[in-house]
Design a protein around this ligand. Sequence first.
Ligand code: PLP
Length: 419
Amino acid sequence: DASLATVDPEVSAAIDAELTRQQSTLEMIASENFAPVGVLEAQGSVLTNKYAEGYPGRRYYGGCEHVDVVEELAIKRVTELFGAEHANVQPHSGAQANAAAMAAVLEPGDTIMGLDLAHGGHLTHGMKINFSGRLYNVVAYQVDKESGRIDMGEVERLAREHQPKMIIAGWSAYPRQLDFAEFRRIADAVGAYLLVDMAHFAGLVAAGLHPNPVPHAHLVTTTTHKTLGGPRGGVIMCGQELAKKVNSTVFPGQQGGPLEHVIAAKAVGFKINASEEFRERQQRVLDGARILAERLSAPDCAEAGVKVSSGGTDVHLVLVDMVASELDGKNAEDRLHSIGITVNRNAVPFDPRPPMVTSGLRIGTPALAARGFGTEDFTEVADIIATALQPSFDEATQKALAERVELLARKHPLYPDIR
Ligand code: PLP
């Protein structure tokens, strides 16, 4: 059979160019990571050919004996990793995991409570035109204006007032840990299910460097490609009492054939997640974020109107607040892009600028930690970013900073054996 380059030179060239982009720039989008070669191999395997509707041992297709092995390994590894009684590893993405976790216990029209999208929540936690906002009655909680942190008193007040059927704890852009026990207490007080969406911080949990929501929540969802650093995909975990409902909601409720090649890659990822090497890498993720938060809190940043939302970070990301800066999120994102650092602009709580512009940046360290970045490298990256956000930024600064970025990229080669 012909290789990709022969069959489709256009797609092949775009993939090559993307590899070069990943190798030559510094990836600091907080939701991104670099999947290990073993994960890429499993995902690119012949398992993509196989239909396997159903679950291991109970399939609607013949020839599933090998994909059964793979799916059982994925389930065993992820339940052991997080101490869960049950896991469904079939959701194609985090959004689908959330859709199924909600549909397993909710009826359309039920009330859900989630963190406001504008305050760091996710689309699937109740955004108006997302399935969650269309199917369910949404009550959003926000962060406190002064502290930048979720105010559990406010969560309880809203829960008692609106009597939700589900409370969602989880975030896409929030730099602090959540109090899962307190969320559960409030959920119990109003008879709600607690869903924790740990998509962002699951890698830290796996490494034992962040509290584990599994003992507290009725349902836990995650993606496998953010801090976990595996293939793109989703997982739902729950206790035995909800296992059947969750499984039947995923299939046949919402999906057809599972992506067994991705499930194989998830299994490989979970094996890596349980290793000492992964734990050490997650420690560098946390150290890097803390170093970045400290540098962006220095006097030169304060003078430029740049500050760190909530005053620091407990996780893998820093939310940079530029409400007081002349530089908006869009321009800051472009400026960093021009020196070879990829981040995304992000609304900060109470953001006065429109969502396409924003006054914030979300900057994460997982992908650089996967490249081998340590304390010294993160100190250099943090200084590069802080310098780029100064009003004095000009063409000469851009050139100098781009050179410093290039040195770091060369110091930590990415995928040296691909191509
Ligand atoms: N949940 C959270 C908290 C997320 O941040 C995201 C992705 O950004 C998702 C769910 C959705 O994951 P996916 O993009 O795989 O649908």
